[in-house]
Design a protein around this ligand. Structure first.
Ligand SMILES: *Cc1c(COP(=O)(O)O)cnc(C)c1O
Length: 394
């Protein structure tokens, strides 16, 4: 069929033309004398994205999962106690990674639709008088359920317990889309990836590390080679890499960081909130429910939407793809088939976000959901209209 396929999954996201153009370059010498003139400012600007002055950023040629492995293997030792929680596919995968690294994992099981149980974390940290817990983990945005957790509150729980554990954050589907503050929240390791808020294809693990976490690497006994912070630091300090970097990816990352900084982080976050709100208005108009149980958990980058009993959400997504060239996202794990997801992060504006709403309505109706065509679209349109002046000026 002519026309385009519309991508509204929570990663990979739409790659803007400016970023695509940046890929259309020749290969270059990654040991050239002027290469650091390109890389060193890029590392600096990435710090701005993570809102840190004192931390440093590593770029690994991997996906976000490689970033997890880098964060864990550089700072912890086999048998170390870590406190985690899982409430969706991605927070569970991180638990699994830690278990496979032979950490002593305490993983709290939380209902899907909720996020990090801060009160329970606070209790456990307070009770840990011997300070045996070495790290506390937060999945800031659980992409499987569309749930955002409160990282700042976990910092507070650590401080209240006067606990020295490292604070790890999975920011793969939140950094550069939802507010994330490395320094202010005292985060020690934040993991992100290229294919979500950074609006690039999959292929980079981007990890921000505090000085405290860098210090922790000296005693950390888990093995690491490809993901070694030490090797990276030695080379990165001079603007180079310990092995062949994907220079085209770095050039494209430069362009996406330019776009984010030109728009301004505050505006990027506000735009995501607005796009997300438009989707939530549509969901309410359809009379459907989000997987996220209440407003405090709502994610501004992805919405998981329950379909009515007896209607398979994954069938809705597959149908939208087949009949309307619209890629919605299927539901995973415990809620597989009970919901579908709309990704609303990255390079998006008002009319773009109406597309998955319109397409989902058609697909749902085809699949037997009692939804009035145009109801969600109209609700989103009303909201977007009513907030346009504020955002776009007079
Ligand atoms: C996408 C995602 C990951 C996994 O990243 P990959 O790039 O697929 O390895 C991890 N955590 C969250 C929250 C994600 O959304």
């Amino acid at each position: 069929m002519p026309g385009r396929n519309f991508l509204f999954i929570p990663g990979p996201t739409n790659v803007p033309q400016r970023v695509r153009n940046a890929f259309a370059l020749e290969q270059e010498d990654m040991r050239a004398v002027d290469f650091p003139k390109f890389t060193l400012p890029l590392f600096e600007d990435l710090k701005t994205i993570f809102q840190t002055r004192t931390g440093r950023v590593f770029i690994f040629p991997s996906s976000g999962t490689g970033g997890w492995e880098a964060a864990v293997s550089n700072t912890l030792s086999p048998g170390d106690k870590v406190l985690m929680s899982h409430f969706g596919h991605f927070s569970w995968l991180w638990v699994d990674l830690c278990q496979r690294h032979n950490l002593d994992v305490q993983a709290l099981e939380v209902d899907w639709g909720e996020g990090v149980p801060v009160d329970k974390y606070a209790e456990i940290l307070k009770a840990d008088r011997k300070k045996e817990i070495k790290a506390v983990f937060v999945c800031q945005n659980e992409t499987a359920t569309g749930v955002t957790s409160d990282v700042a509150a976990v910092r507070k729980a650590l401080d209240m317990a006067n606990h020295p554990a490292l604070l790890f954050v999975d920011g793969v589907s939140s950094v550069a889309s939802i507010d994330f503050r490395m320094d202010e929240w005292g985060v020690d390791l934040c993991v992100s990836g290229s294919q979500k808020g950074f609006m690039l294809p999959t292929g980079l693990g981007i990890v921000c590390v505090s000085q405290k976490a860098l210090e922790a690497r000296k005693g950390a006994k888990l093995p690491r080679t490809y993901f070694s912070f030490d090797d990276m630091m030695t080379a990165n300090d001079n603007g180079f890499f310990p092995y062949t970097p994907n220079t085209l990816f770095l050039r494209a990352l430069r362009e996406s960081v330019n776009m984010l900084l030109e728009e301004g982080l505050e505006n990027v976050f506000a735009r995501h909130k607005r796009m997300a709100t438009a989707v939530r208005k549509a969901v309410a108009a359809w009379g459907l429910k989000l997987v996220a149980k209440s407003e405090k958990w709502y994610s501004d980058t992805v919405s998981a939407i329950y379909t009515p009993d007896g209607i398979d959400g994954n069938e809705v997504a597959r149908h939208a793809y087949k009949f309307y060239d619209l890629a919605l996202s299927v539901s995973l794990g415990k809620i597989a088939g009970k919901a579908f997801r709309i990704g609303h992060l990255g390079d998006l504006n008002e009319l773009m976000i109406l597309t998955p709403i319109a397409g989902a309505e058609m697909a749902m109706k085809d699949k037997g959901v009692k939804v009035e065509l145009g109801s969600g679209v109209a609700a989103a349109q009303e909201y977007l209209r009513s907030t346009a002046k504020q955002v776009r000026g007079n």
